[in-house]
Design a binder for this molecule. Structure first.
Ligand code: NAP
Length: 264
């Protein structure tokens, strides 16, 4: 089996990377950064986002696994002390693969080819001006004219990240859905938005259409993908999925408890 390792590049993560690489090579596995079947991310959830985007062209063949060298993560849920156990399981191919849905973003331009992105956590749309003014269309019908700081559209596994800070719901990561949350909407007697997060199933879609300007500050996970000359931005549950190698059960709600509630 071929593997690659993505490190957060701090001293501890780099040390673990060297250890993992040597162990796996001792078991006869091949280090291959171009065509890996297993990608080990060492750092935090942010490191796994980098690994995801590095290998997003190989999603149907790669299984990701994350070791956290900081706090427990949602994607990075192995402890450094479990490295040997993890290496043994990878070497024996003793793992299951779970698949989580992703967000597809399609940006249509007036005078250029469209751009398509995949997000593991979320995409955000903000305006270079003070207030974002944009029409929100759901399944082809105008739903609302949004005014405010911006909009965040997240995946189920990204619902514990920026989406949660915006008051969005935590979704179980196996649900095929996307969630739209507002970033500081303007709500008064003149301007209105729904004010609640919306969760759309896989067969629904959301399109944003510019009202005034056509330039937007967009993010896709940790990446800035600012866009000019925008005609529309469409969001759907992607056809592609991300695959995670699961070596032992760690129920999602236990991870939510450990991350946000448990008092160590
Ligand atoms: P980053 O430092 O890589 O991430 C910011 C924080 O979000 C880190 O603590 C990271 O955990 C955590 N995180 C990432 N994915 C998560 C997930 N699925 N569930 C729970 N926590 C998660 O920052 P960045 O490079 O600018 O952007 C990456 C992500 O930051 C974005 O995708 C966005 O979700 C998040 N973000 C959050 C806020 C907010 O909460 N107010 C604002 C902007 C961006 P680790 O420490 O384990 O890496």
């Amino acid at each position: 089996m071929k593997f690659a390792i993505q490190s957060r590049r701090d001293a501890q993560s780099n040390e673990l990377m060297e250890l993992a690489r040597n162990y796996l090579q001792d078991f006869g596995l091949t280090y291959d950064e171009d065509m890996p079947e297993v990608v080990i991310s060492i750092g935090g959830d942010g490191t796994l986002l980098h690994a995801f985007h590095r290998y997003s062209h190989l999603l149907d063949q790669v299984a990701f696994v994350g070791i956290h060298t900081g706090h427990l993560g949602f994607y990075a849920d192995w402890k450094p002390s479990e490295l040997e156990k993890l290496v043994l399981s990878i070497a024996k191919k003793d793992f299951n693969v779970v698949e989580y849905p992703l967000l597809e973003i399609q940006v249509e331009h007036h005078n250029a080819e469209s751009n398509t992105y995949l997000a593991l956590n979320e995409a955000t749309v903000k305006s270079p001006d003070v207030t974002l003014v944009i029409d929100v269309e759901l399944n082809g019908n105008l739903f609302e004219r949004f005014r405010g700081d911006g909009l965040c559209i997240s995946t189920p596994s990204g619902s514990t990240a920026y989406n949660k800070a915006l008051g969005g719901a935590i979704l179980h990561p196996t649900l095929a859905a996307i969630q739209l949350t507002e970033i500081a909407s303007i709500n008064n007697r003149v301007f209105r938005t729904v004010g609640s997060p919306l969760i759309l199933p896989a067969h629904h879609h959301c399109v944003l259409r510019p009202v005034n300007g056509q330039n937007f500050h967009m993010t896709v996970d940790h990446l800035k993908v600012s866009q000019g000359d925008v005609k529309s931005i469409a969001f759907n549950v992607a056809d592609e999925k991300v695959r995670f190698a699961r070596f032992r059960p760690f129920p999602f709600w236990e991870r939510v408890h450990e991350s946000f509630i448990a008092n160590e």
